[in-house]
Design a protein around this ligand. Structure first.
Ligand code: SF4
Length: 423
């Protein structure tokens, strides 16, 4: 039998570090600006892609089979569209995440490489960003220094995203909350470049100062419908994927809460421990390391919450409480896609007063249709006051259709509005 010849893909080598720009898909604007700064501080050139619009979807549809899930189509479409608009495509390298889990996110990299060949960009190297030891032979490695800086960027991103959404819903002068975000992005990038702001105590000090700056912003406290957003990770956060959902909700007069990325990180870590309970086979060393990281992330969550308690705004809940909320509805063994996290976050939202929920579902995403849309009836049976609207996002779903469904959810929210103001 003839053996199939293995494809050899271009690699990102050490000498490309100074000449090639790493292109990164956009997702969480506040976090990713800091992450871009961190990557640059390690001597790389980096750029978060900002191209949006129908061309991105068109390119995605051209090069990705249309039964692939929508986030894959958008991420790959954004890369190709970006390349199409560059003068020189010989000095770029593409960075894509590989979750390492059982879902399709682990395999986007292969779809991307196939798309690059089809589009005539087969010479462009692709970097896999993962913590599962996949695709190891690249000059972009997760060193200890880089991991610590990325973790710090994540902490600051979590706190600023939370406070930004809280404050901008009530700010007296439109744009004040964004000014604080931009001010601190500049300060933090400079600190991280010099290796500062990374240690626990330094983070604590920065978080306090950031929280105080947000607290000083003048607001007009008003009773507003509180809306939470859950869903598949990309569609939940990326404005490209959800047609600028957060801004739409704010413009419609709602206060928005989008649970942060820490939840997803902790969900992945807890899954390692649950896997051991269900199937065994996780080594003692892996379990110890996993528990240690969970402990540390929990401590970081603690300082974020403590910093927010200094302000007039109510902080988020700790994940160690949230994770148990899905019990009785969806088992912790359900972990494809966002799995039990999606259910747990909906429960957290209801518990914290965000009874109006948008559950953002991408086309072609079976796991999240089960763990999101599939559990709504059961949640509503327990909490009849929950006003949950599953919204589908796909290349053919019209924006008007999505907006009409969101507006219908908001009209129910306004009817049930609690006049007591709780910031
Ligand atoms: S969770 Fe859904 S959208 Fe994400 S990779 Fe899996 S199938 Fe695709």
């Amino acid at each position: 039998m003839e053996l199939e010849q293995e494809m050899v893909y271009p690699k990102f080598t050490k000498d490309m570090k100074k000449t090639h720009t790493i292109l990164i898909p956009s997702m969480l604007p506040i976090h990713f600006k800091l992450i871009e700064g961190v990557i640059k501080s390690e001597g790389f050139k980096a750029e978060i892609m900002q191209n949006q619009g129908p061309e991105v979807v068109e390119e995605g549809l051209k090069y990705v089979h249309n039964d692939a899930c929508y986030p894959a189509l958008l991420v790959i479409g954004q890369f190709i569209d970006n390349l199409n608009h560059r003068d020189d495509t010989h000095n770029v390298v593409l960075l894509i995440t590989q979750s390492g889990g059982g879902c399709r996110a682990s395999n986007y990299i292969h779809l991307l490489r196939k798309a690059l060949i089809k589009a005539g960009y087969e010479y462009i190297p692709v970097i896999s960003f993962n913590i599962s030891n996949l695709e190891k032979d690249s000059a972009f490695q997760l060193t200890r220094g880089l991991i610590l800086k990325l973790a710090a960027a994540l902490v600051y991103g979590e706190q600023m995203m939370y406070l930004y959404n809280k404050v901008r819903s009530y700010e007296k002068n439109k744009g004040d909350a964004m000014k604080v975000v931009e001010k601190w992005q500049q300060i933090l990038i400079k600190q991280l470049e010099r290796g500062k702001g990374v240690l626990y105590w330094a983070q604590k000090k920065n978080l306090k100062a950031i929280a105080d700056d947000f607290d000083k912003i003048e607001i007009i406290p008003t009773a507003k419908p509180k809306v939470g957003v859950v869903g598949e990770i990309y569609i939940k956060y990326a404005s490209l994927g959800n047609n600028d959902l957060e801004n739409l909700l704010i413009d419609e007069g709602a206060e928005v809460y989008v649970p942060g990325l820490f939840g997803y990180v902790l969900y992945c870590l807890y899954n390692i421990l649950y896997d051991d309970v269900y199937y065994g086979g996780v080594s003692k060393k892996a379990k110890r390391l996993c528990k240690l990281v969970i402990w540390y992330v929990d401590k970081l969550e603690g300082i974020i919450i403590k910093s927010i308690k200094r302000t007039k705004y109510t902080p988020m809940q700790k994940f160690k409480h949230t994770k148990d909320l899905s019990e009785g509805i969806l088992d912790h063994g359900v972990k494809m896609g966002e799995g039990w996290l999606l259910t747990a976050e909906m429960m957290e939202l209801i518990e914290t007063g965000y009874k109006n929920i948008v559950c953002a579902q991408p086309f072609g995403c079976l796991p999240n249709h089960i763990c999101g849309k599939g559990v709504i009836r059961k949640i509503k049976a327990q909490f009849p006051e929950a006003n949950i609207s599953p919204i589908d996002y796909d290349p053919s779903a019209t924006r008007v259709n999505q907006e009409n469904r969101i507006k219908l959810m908001l009209s129910i929210a306004r009817e049930n509005l609690d006049e007591n103001i709780k910031l």
